[in-house]
Write a protein that binds this ligand. Structure first.
Ligand code: TXA
Ligand code: MG
Length: 324
């Protein structure tokens, strides 16, 4: 049975489970993560199996701070110190070398390892109690919409036998709402592998220029598959001027994801993540899940502006709308 709990006693229970190779879902400020101890190969295997994640798609190790990050990575340099001082705890993941005693499976078989210090008190308390970093991918089943609440996680594992022994820590809705920015620092110039709410401008203000060409290839960062974060209802992106035309002549009802001010005629259903980039990031996955649950013919998304502030949200929308 999946157990959901919160509160201070839950931290101890979660830590005991993790030390016994059982999995725990932890809340973070970005999305919920499916956690195992970074050194626990049997539990890491369970993470891959339960998520249905390909074995070569590496995991992020969650640490308390820069000191703990250095115990599991190699190549920590001045850039890392500057970035950790500026953005940790928070939604920035650094890809560095994998320390020799970290099992390859924690990194999908790679020589590199991604690390970040999450900003959620519950995640931090569990890492502190366990005394070791926790590997945790987003807790959704592979390819589908990431969970931003404990209920989302529960819904994803209903009827999945392998999830029988899952403890979900309920830390409320995630404040940031989309996954961390992933920055590869294994080369002399940093490279953004996945955009997030820590923007390229934020990073460049601290360490100078980085590369931020969009990554859609599996080899650089296997989690950046083009189709990802996708509901089962087909998603289509619509230019703001094209909504009327997209709806005209449709006799089947669709869900329209759009800013609060957009008018959506009946029988279509308006689902609004809000108006600002922060609102959209925070509410996007809940909105996609809500729209998907309506079981309508399609989800049309009125695209947010092509502006640097919207890069991370547009990235997730593009992947949600990619054909199967
Ligand atoms: O906000 C987040 O990052 C959330 C929370 C739970 O911390 N985690 C998350 O994990 O989104 P996941 O596994 O769903 O996505 C990790 C991303 C994937 O795109 C993966 O390919 C990439 O990070 N990644 C991890 N390790 C990497 C590595 N060594 N080299 C390149 N990319 C890596
Ligand atoms: Mg994910």
């Amino acid at each position: 049975m999946v157990v959901v709990c919160s509160g201070i006693e839950a931290i101890g229970a979660a830590a005991r489970r993790l030390c016994a190779s059982r999995l725990v879902v932890i809340p973070t400020e970005t999305v919920y993560g499916l956690a195992a101890r970074v050194s626990d190969v049997a539990a890491l295997e369970r993470v891959y199996a339960l998520k249905g994640r390909p074995a070569d798609n590496p995991l992020i190790a969650h640490v308390l701070d820069a000191r703990q990050a250095q115990t599991i990575t190699t190549g920590w340099d001045e850039r890392c110190d500057l970035l950790a001082d500026a953005f940790w705890p928070g939604p920035l993941t650094l890809v560095l070398g994998r320390a020799r005693d970290v099992p390859p499976l924690a990194a999908g078989g790679r020589d590199t390892l991604a690390v970040r210090a999450p900003a959620h008190d519950t995640a931090r308390a569990v890492i502190a109690e366990v005394g070791e970093p926790l590997s945790a991918p987003s807790a959704n089943r592979s390819g589908s919409v990431s969970p931003t609440s404990a209920e989302h996680v529960q819904q994803d594992y209903v009827g999945i036998t392998k999830a029988q022994d899952l403890l979900i820590l309920d830390g409320g809705p995630c404040i940031q709402g989309i996954e961390s920015t992933v920055l590869d620092l294994t080369g002399t110039t940093g490279r953004v592998l996945r955009p997030g709410t820590t923007t390229v401008a934020d990073i460049e203000s601290v360490i100078g220029p980085v590369q931020d060409a969009p990554v859609t290839g599996q080899s650089d960062s296997p989690g950046t598959a083009r189709r990802h974060y996708a509901p089962s209802t087909p998603v289509t992106l619509i230019h703001p001027d094209g909504l009327g035309q997209a709806l005209s002549g449709r006799d089947d009802a669709v869900a329209v994801l759009a800013g609060a001010g957009v008018s959506v005629p009946k029988p279509h259903v308006h689902v609004s993540p809000g108006d600002t980039p922060e609102d959209w990031a925070r509410h996007l996955y809940a909105a996609l899940r809500r729209a998907d649950a309506m079981d309508l013919a399609a989800i049309l998304v009125v695209q947010p502006p092509e502006d640097p502030a919207w890069v991370a949200v547009r990235d997730r929308l593009m992947r949600a709308a990619s054909p199967q």
